[in-house]
Design a protein around this ligand. Sequence first.
Ligand code: PMV
Length: 335
Amino acid sequence: MEETLATGTRRTVTGEACAKAILFGEHAVVYHRPAIAVPIRQLKVTATVNLDPDEPGVLVATDINRRVVFSDEENQTSLARVLRLVVSMLGMEDLPWSIELTSRIPIGGGMGSSAAVATAILRALAAALGREFTPAEISEMVYRTEQLYHGSPSGIDNAVIALEKPIWFLYGTEPEILKVQRPFTLVLGHTGRHSPTREVVASVRYGWRDNPERYEVIFDEIASIVRQARHILERGQIERLGDLMDKNHNLLKSMGVSSGPLERLVQAARNAGALGAKLTGAGRGGMMIALVTQDRIEAVKNALLSARGKSVLVTTIGANVEPRSNRSARLHRRG
Ligand code: PMV
């Protein structure tokens, strides 16, 4: 969306970014095991840049009640630090701009809100400059902002949000776009508890330092689940995914990153007929995901709300390869 002044100069430019959910492999991914993440397109952050503002150098985020003045270096909030880094990466320190930010992604909910905020600001400022970046470049720049929040992020959030596709992620390698043979539906439930990723990642780090052998075994078991999940997604055997979600959740629980509210929601979803359920993202609070068939969507949604879930969201991850039946029909015609 873009507004044009009578003079022909662009006045406002917007940049958007979506949320994400980690399907398999959170935490172990920090220890260089693979993980699978998907974009959640319904939840978005929008940054609107004004290049002719009344008050330059100001970011306003009304829905989270924040106002950042670029020149106020005493402001060391995460948002202020991210803004300063993005503006300096683009060399826009001396240009007149203001930014309005709106976000529907819960903060500290395991949905990548920090990476999405940085991506939306970056996309909007880059568009205002008329510059284009590849998803890999955006991902790389947003990774640097993630380091401000998290210390040692794996890089999965910035990668899936930059690509907006299901990905296979392994630290130190290019993320791969995962082939999803058949669409599948997730119900996401929010515990309503804010959970700072940095703290949960740090507590796993303490556990690992205390007992590396035990944690390495858990990470290897998670890696094996992630590999099986890839195989299943690529073959469209969605019904087999639920069991792997349950197993992944139990391993996360054994690392101490689940919580009472997460257990309550995960159990409620399973009891209401979900094929499988697990926490997603850092854990302790935030969100959980449940895999559902179409006929169980309403039951699982209601069960999550009855189990004191703060909010629920239904999302379908679309197939991104041609169905096998079409392919064989075409081959047949050609043959
Ligand atoms: O809670 P989120 O959305 O920031 O996801 C964190 C995922 C972790 O694997 C726990 C950390 C990381 O850097 O990958």
